[in-house]
Design a protein around this ligand. Structure first.
Ligand code: FPP
Length: 234
């Protein structure tokens, strides 16, 4: 029987394996990240073609600050170039752009470039492209709790806490994909991941292409999402 194709509303990517991709080619790690940006752009195109409503990418975690300073500098330089060149193009394609995480620790020129994009994209209504920068799931939950404490609340429900997350009002990821064979969430979208399907792909992130995307959609389509309910037999 042919499998019915289901398109997730929200797909989130943990982009892993850039360093290994570069090492295999005797290239510096930043060459892997550069190729990682190309893969990210391929996935944005695939998501748009498939009719996904929101796509999220884990670009820099709260733990990534322990990396060598020259790698961190190269990454934020890449984010700035990406904003100037490609996010600008995404704005023209009508995408909504968002960044989740504490941007205050990023280099000023990177933050300025991101702010320019947010301003330009503010009236867009298309697919949401969400990039996590200096993001940690625990950090996000703590940040939300502190917003509620500052507001003087003593008793909160699920919805109120949810409304203080970076993703307030947006769909939770239906599927979280991690590349390079590692099987962890690594502090990514801990609150939002509650019912997400987890898909682990052995390929390294820079190798992500149309075919791998199609396999992910196929795998997701075959999963039986029950949300704690029992299986319905129609
Ligand atoms: C993980 O691979 C990748 C990262 C920590 C950075 C991801 C960043 C990009 C794809 C580029 C910058 C993003 C934008 C939005 C322009 P790794 O370095 O941990 O790989 P390894 O595990 O093989 O060493």
């Amino acid at each position: 029987m042919l499998n019915e194709i289901k398109i997730p509303r929200h797909i989130a990517f943990i982009m892993d394996g850039n360093g290994r991709w570069a090492k295999k080619r005797l290239l510096p790690r930043k060459a892997g990240h550069r190729e990682g940006v190309v893969a990210l752009r391929r996935m944005v195109d695939e998501c748009e073609k498939a009719g996904v409503e929101m796509v999220s990418f884990y670009a820099f975690s709260t733990e990534n600050w322990t990396r060598p300073q020259d790698e961190i500098d190269a990454l934020f330089k890449m984010v700035k170039e990406f904003a100037d060149k490609y996010l600008d193009e995404y704005v023209k394609r009508g995408f909504r752009i968002m960044f989740m995480g504490d941007l205050s620790k990023l280099p000023k020129e990177t933050v300025d470039a991101l702010k320019r994009i947010l301003e330009k994209a503010k009236d867009n209504k298309g697919m949401i492209v969400n990039i996590a920068l200096n993001y940690g799931g625990r950090d996000e939950i703590l940040h939300a709790v502190n917003i509620l404490l500052d507001a003087g609340l003593r008793n909160v429900d699920m919805q109120t806490l949810s409304d203080c997350m970076y993703t307030a009002g947006l769909p939770d990821p239906d599927v979280i994909v991690r590349s390079s064979g590692e099987k962890r969430l690594s502090n990514f979208m801990l609150w939002q991941a509650a019912y997400a399907e987890l898909v682990f792909v052995d390929d390294l992130w820079p190798d992500f292409d149309e075919k791998i995307f199609a396999n992910i959609i196929d795998e997701y389509s075959r999963r039986d999402r029950r949300y704690g309910n029992i299986r319905r037999i129609n």
